[in-house]
Write a new protein. Sequence first.
Length: 325
Amino acid sequence: MTSAGLGDRWRTSEGQALAEEVVARLVAGRGLDGLGLGWHKGRVDLRGLPVPIPARLRRFESLGWFVEVLGDLITFRGAQLRGLDLSGAQLQSLRFFGSQIEDCRLDGANCQDWRLWDSEVSDCVFSRASLRDAAVGTWHEGLQNRWRRVDFTKSDFRVGTCWEAVFEDCDFSGAKVTGVKFSQCTLTCCRFAGAVRDVLFDGRDLSPERPAPPQMSKVDFSTAEFRDVEFRGYDLEDVTLPDDPDLRLLRRARCVARRAVQALGGCEDTPSRMLRAILENRLRGPGDEREAEIFNRRDYREIGGEELVDLADDVLGRAEAECLG
């Protein structure tokens, strides 16, 4: 069946009625037997399924943010979705509470604005799917979302801030992750490849209610390209970094920043002032003395040219030698 055909079969009056029955049964936790859906590669064939788009009730501004209130949201509570092929499906704005999604294919599906709480997604494929603006990581009364053995390759994973989620054996190769903040997330045996830009991996202990996650374990960035990527709170001992001559791993980053600021002393030339401001900003807020940092010459070159790169390379190198001495 062609990609166009995936949607065509649901557009007839019979198809619309079938789609409504499918959604109603999934929400109610009932089986799909007797609907004549067929199978595709061992999964129930729901390719191209259109889920009703929620109505926009009102839109307003609050604290500088534009907020939309949606009506007729489709909500799954304690649901178990297994063995479904939802490739190319239109699934925007779904809500999941205490649910499980297992062994499902969502290749090219529209999953924008998903919201999940205390839910687990395992052995699923979201390749080329859109998860833009989805709340894939949330924190509610100590409960997290868990993503295990999930394929996010070439997906739109621009989800904003991802809180406290667990990612185990997930593949983000070629995914759009620009602007994502992985805040206190657990990352184990995950892979990133291609452009990784404007991304923060924050593993600091920020509050007693939200303890720091474990250190990153077996995370592979070997074929990724870093631009404006920051790591905070991680020692990066068990991380494979890109094979990139412009990158330099700095151990004991907070000690290095303090020593470098001292070394710059009262220097008032432009590169020194720029470097001092960068390092002082790095020292603000909580941190771990064991954490490492990535010095990316490309990022510094964009900020202040070769003069800043050469100064930073020299000052940070000497500071690291003192901290590790």
